[in-house]
Ligand binder design. Structure first.
Ligand SMILES: [Mn+2]
Length: 328
């Protein structure tokens, strides 16, 4: 359960071959950018590897998929097919605090030699090798450091993937985790010709008109408590049905309550299916929202966390707000 050095991990990767590469389920930009960057890193070392994808993200992340061939990745179809992947003896697990975050691939990965690279402070260090550093803004930053240790050239593909990972987890260098190293990384990649403007535009644009319509419903349902420090957005399953949006597209809504001036904790309650509520928490300066998420069987970082709860939407909103108020 100890932490290894990044040098040790670099050494292992160079000595071995045949890698599965995986990030957490419901991937965010850091998870996708990191697994892609790792694929390009292993290609550069002439290692055999394949990306494991929980769902088909080819259209959404065309910005990165354009650098891949169809045999570079496997998109989950069914359990039976996974036996084909048993020839890979090593697994690189990225941005995943524990093995349950690997969804349908969990058992497959459990049978491999696991290299666990992450920045969640509550990472269970489930790997055979672990590099967990919660001071890093993104897993993409750790992979950037690995490219320096192994002396890998930053080509457009890996540079774009790393920049996307770091810009996603730092909110394009706006969040409190945007440390000087994150700024330096982006500056260095920009100097190497990576199109930072295009990546930021990708991250900050709306995925579709349906998303914008759903957002307008969510914005109509934002509340702020008496102190002005807690704001929350609520979307019911009937709101979502009415728009007819694919629930994979529903993300980042928590940024809106969080972005109200004076607010310390922003929360989104999204009832993706009737009585199944996705909750995201964001905080600005001092509230540890991972603590709050843990109380409801969730997880995350001190300033960004989440959970899923089954039950009546209104009751859950009240229950969670009561808990949040104790912490603000
Ligand atoms: Mn991350």
């Amino acid at each position: 359960m100890k932490n290894n050095s990044l040098e040790k991990i670099a050494e292992y990767i160079q000595k071995n071959d045949n890698y599965l590469i995986i990030g957490h389920i419901d991937p965010d930009g850091d998870a996708i950018g990191s697994i892609m960057a790792f694929k390009f890193l292993l290609n550069n070392l002439n290692k055999n590897s394949i990306l494991l994808l929980h769902a088909d993200l080819r259209k959404e992340y065309e910005i990165l998929f354009k650098y891949l061939n169809p045999n570079d990745y496997y998109i989950y179809q069914n359990k039976e097919e996974l036996s084909k992947l048993k020839k890979y003896s090593n697994a690189i697990v990225l941005d995943s605090a524990n093995i349950d975050r690997l969804g349908n691939f969990k058992e497959l990965i459990e049978g491999c030699y696991k290299v666990n690279i992450d920045h969640h402070y509550d990472n269970s260090k489930f790997g055979d090798l672990n590099y967990v550093n919660s001071n890093e803004s993104a897993v993409g930053k750790i992979i950037y450091d690995l490219t320096k240790i192994i002396s890998i050239d930053i080509e457009e593909s890996i540079g774009t993937a790393i920049a996307l990972a770091v810009l996603a987890d730092t909110g394009s260098l706006k969040y409190p985790n945007s440390d000087p190293d994150s700024f330096r990384l982006i500056a260095n990649l920009k100097e190497k010709g990576i199109d930072i403007v295009e990546i930021n535009r990708f991250l900050q644009s709306f995925s579709s008109l349906k998303y914008l319509k759903l957002l307008s419903k969510g914005l109509a349902n934002i509340n702020v408590d008496k102190t002005g420090k807690i704001a929350w957005l609520v979307l019911s399953s009937s709101d979502i049905k009415e728009i007819g949006i694919d629930d994979k597209e529903i993300k980042n809504l928590v940024n809106y309550p969080r972005d109200i001036r004076g607010v310390e904790v922003g929360i989104s309650f999204v009832e993706k299916q009737e009585d199944f509520i996705d909750i995201s928490f964001r905080s600005l300066n001092y509230v540890d929202v991972s603590d709050i998420a843990h109380k409801f069987n969730g997880g995350g970082h001190p300033r960004a966390s989440g959970t899923k709860i089954e039950g009546n939407l209104e009751e859950i909103v009240n229950k969670v707000l009561t808990e949040v108020k104790k912490n603000v």
